[in-house]
Design a protein around this ligand. Structure first.
Ligand SMILES: Nc1nc2c(ncn2[C@@H]2O[C@H](COP(=O)(O)OP(=O)(O)OP(=O)(O)O)[C@@H](O)[C@H]2O)c(=O)[nH]1
Length: 324
């Protein structure tokens, strides 16, 4: 049974664009006071702007993964949050949700939560939930060790994008999961029970992740600030051309953009070669009218960087493209 004196922690993991932030918003809608830690690989964080509820203790750790470059930031973050919690007469949160970056391997995160004595005495790791986008997950599991680790360490697998998947994709994913995690419960994100994951007790015994060197990723991110305000059709054409020219290496695009035809900022997202239509931002932490875009790339992004320069440099202020 979870210890009532410890704060329950939920780790939300899953490959790039698989629906973690979407699910986080659904979880937060239950109104339980929640501290949220969001980890983003890109240098310009976007996810915090996508949260419908901006009125919560939120920490964003960006510019690397919690499993490697920013692993060291997790323990102090959780310690500070606990101190705030302990000193407050009215408790600011009753649970914590950590959203890992889409390319994070979960082991180092679990290692921090389970092996750091001070933390393990105050926080209880309740559930590790891994999202998998049905149309793309089988190929990601074949290509990326990080995706396989996310499945291997999950307490629950949550299948997303069922509405845009077909029977072949569902079978391909089910076949992979039967090999990688045959005993791990699977839910679809639409399933009513997905929402009850935050009240369900986690496993009574946990494997400890093996102590070892931190993972080395083969991913890069490119971020850019766009000062010129474009019509959507123009930007859409530029982005779709990049996605079509780099189907293997360009894994994810996301950003907050300003468009000629809209007064409010918009969110754009692409995962795989799918570019989603822009959606208005309901909440925004700042409003500087500068669009920002993040591209996450597998391998050295030389060819993509060249194409990005060709497409965007005429529209940018000097040195606005950063490789990370
Ligand atoms: N059609 C469909 N779209 C979805 C579903 N879940 C999420 N999306 C969309 O997929 C895109 C990516 O979703 P996110 O929730 O941002 O994914 P993420 O895992 O947080 O992405 P990263 O943090 O970049 O790894 C967004 O445009 C979502 O609106 C789903 O079940 N069906």
């Amino acid at each position: 049974m979870p210890d009532p004196d410890k704060i329950p922690v939920f780790v939300l993991t899953g490959f790039l664009g698989s629906g973690k932030t979407t699910l986080l918003n659904r979880f937060l809608a239950d109104g339980v006071k929640t501290a949220v830690v969001i980890n983003e690989f890109g240098e310009i964080p976007v996810d915090q702007d996508l949260l419908a509820n901006q009125n919560l203790p939120l920490t964003v750790l960006s510019g690397g993964c919690l499993c490697c470059k920013v692993k060291g930031a997790l323990a102090p973050t959780l310690k500070n949050l606990w101190m705030t919690w302990e000193q407050a007469a009215s408790k600011p949160f009753a649970r914590m949700i950590i959203e890992a970056s889409g390319i994070a391997s979960p082991e180092p995160i679990l290692d921090t939560l389970l092996r750091e004595r001070w933390l393990a005495g105050r926080y209880h790791l309740q559930n590790v939930i891994t999202t998998l986008a049905i149309p793309s997950a089988a190929a990601q599991l074949d290509s990326f060790a990080e995706a396989r680790a996310q499945v291997a360490w999950a307490d629950t697998l949550l299948l997303t994008h069922a509405d845009v998947s077909n029977a072949d994709q569902q079978t391909a994913l089910a076949t992979r999961l039967q090999v990688l995690a045959p005993a791990t419960p699977r839910l679809t994100a639409e399933d009513f029970h997905a929402l009850s994951l935050l009240t369900k007790a986690g496993p009574s015994l946990r494997r400890l992740p093996p102590a070892g060197p931190l993972p080395v990723h083969n991913f890069r991110s490119i971020s850019l600030h766009l000062e010129q305000i474009l019509p959507w059709q123009h930007l859409q054409t530029l982005l779709q051309q990049l996605l079509n020219r780099h189907p293997q290496d360009l894994l994810r695009i996301k950003g907050v953009i300003y468009l000629a035809e809209q007064t409010e900022p918009m969110v754009i997202q692409a995962a795989g070669t799918r570019l989603y239509p822009p959606t208005p931002l309901t909440a925004r932490t700042s409003d500087d009218r500068r669009s920002r875009l993040i591209f996450i790339v597998n391998g050295e992004p030389t060819a993509l960087a060249t194409d990005l320069n060709k497409a965007f440099v005429p529209l940018l202020s000097r040195n606005a493209i950063k490789l990370h």
